[in-house]
Design a protein around this ligand. Sequence first.
Ligand SMILES: NC(=O)c1ccc[n+]([C@@H]2O[C@H](COP(=O)([O-])OP(=O)(O)OC[C@H]3O[C@@H](n4cnc5c(N)ncnc54)[C@H](O)[C@@H]3O)[C@@H](O)[C@H]2O)c1
Length: 322
Amino acid sequence: MIGVAIIGCGSIGEIHAQCLQSVEGARLGAFCDAFEQRAQELSRKFQGSYATTDPARIFSDDSIDAVYICTHHDTHSLLAIQAAQAGKHVMMEKPLALTLDECYRVGNAVEKSGISLMTGFKMRYYPSVARVKQFIPNPIITVAQMMDGHWPSDFWANDPIKGGGNVLSQGCHTMDLVYYLNESEPERIYAEGDNFTHDGVKIIDNIVATIRFANGRVASVVQGDSGQTPFVSKFSFQVMDGMRTAHLHDRMKTATLFDGEKVVEHTDPEEYGFQEENRDFIRALQMNQKPPITHRDGLRATLLILKAFESIRTGLPQDVRF
Ligand SMILES: NC(=O)c1ccc[n+]([C@@H]2O[C@H](COP(=O)([O-])OP(=O)(O)OC[C@H]3O[C@@H](n4cnc5c(N)ncnc54)[C@H](O)[C@@H]3O)[C@@H](O)[C@H]2O)c1
């Protein structure tokens, strides 16, 4: 049995706990939150062995093999480094960290310790995404857009210290999916953007970025909270290979495939991913294998956003090799 602790018992911590209940081989152990009551609530609900406000108690607990880091973004890197040093495997919610330096430190700690860190990129598990990858395995052009409705300026994820803003928070998913659809390492990013709608909050809230991959192919990424567009919803990912095109829309549940003559459309009944990523993480640990989505995936996605910010600040393209 893999003993699991949840650190950060908010909405996503609870979703993971719910999923883990039906993952064979997982045992929910400890629940940790800065708010004791929240940790206790989840511990009671999921029959945990204890609730705590102190992550150090979990890191020194021999019955815990893996920790889920589901806290606000300013705590991710330190918790991940401490977990790695304690020999605990990690399921990490995005982003990996808030700064480039922290990202590299997490990467080093994971590699030095030999633990597994899986990044929670649930959209890789959507059947619609698999259909698009199969239909167009080698895109020439990718056009990705994730546009939220306006996020309140006082939302914690928009806080420059606690969250880093929508672009960092949500953009990691977008960057990971763009990479996943291309499966070529990004080499360079150029971005434009600004704080357009969150007066007085020190974040870049909307960006338009161009990425060049090692295989010479390119992607365009639009990320922010300027409002969802009625035809494509929050998400729109289009790929083209010179002959065929595919479009993920309808919150990514629908894949519309066009071979130049006929259009075929598939719609998934629901959004998948949370259950599947939990299953794969626990299975990988049980089999002593690396998880399918690693710390390098988390690193790449976070670096792409942070380098996009750097590009906006400097007006120059940024090297994103790592
Ligand atoms: N994969 C997805 O689709 C998805 C969706 C939403 C959020 N997320 C990510 O999940 C994470 C959590 O987001 P959320 O929406 O659950 O937030 P939330 O505010 O609901 O929960 C976060 C919890 O972490 C606790 N916390 C903060 N600092 C802590 C610390 N140092 N130690 C212990 N507990 C601490 C808070 O008290 C809170 O209960 C974030 O990284 C977010 O980006 C992922």
